[in-house]
Design a protein around this ligand. Sequence first.
Ligand SMILES: [Zn+2]
Length: 202
Amino acid sequence: MEKIAGSSRRAIFQQEDSIADGISMIQAEDRLSSNIYVVEGKGKEASEKEIMLIDTGDGKTDIARIIGKKPALVILTHNHYDHSQGVKEEWNVYLHPKDFEEREFAYVPKNAKKINFESIIFHDFELESYNTPGHTPGSIVLLEKKTRILFSGDTLFANGCPGRTDLEGGNERDMEKSLGFLETLDYRILCPGHDQIERKER
Ligand SMILES: [Zn+2]
């Protein structure tokens, strides 16, 4: 299947273990899969720490085995299968209401719940959620306030590459507006849905 992410530029696949304290990325074995971000809550032992996932990959990599537990919370940046197919039945999963529609390349997990919050507090982390349509109508980005990390899904990639708008549900005008909005956000690190992360110069 073709790569549905967005950027035509293909960056070198690299493993970025720790992005910030408590936040890391799992790069799936399958190159078509999305990046999977792991946010780790507090706890003395690794086994006690609750985990939140942002995106789950295409399911070819067993994320549950890698993290060694059921995540407490899972947020999907949009409904494309390369981000959502890694979801397991018993997980607590959230997706934007506008992405519950079945479209080409979409996979809506049966257990997905509609995002009904503007921000979410997970242990020390506070994430603001914004709907940024263009790649899909229900695409979201998440801004973590303490670390100033922006999880941008397939809306924006490193080097300023915008996401694709030519797939079903995509919209170029919406994408332009969404990218304009992202420019107003104060973030230090861009964590996109594919390829490498990007640290902003200060
Ligand atoms: Zn996508």
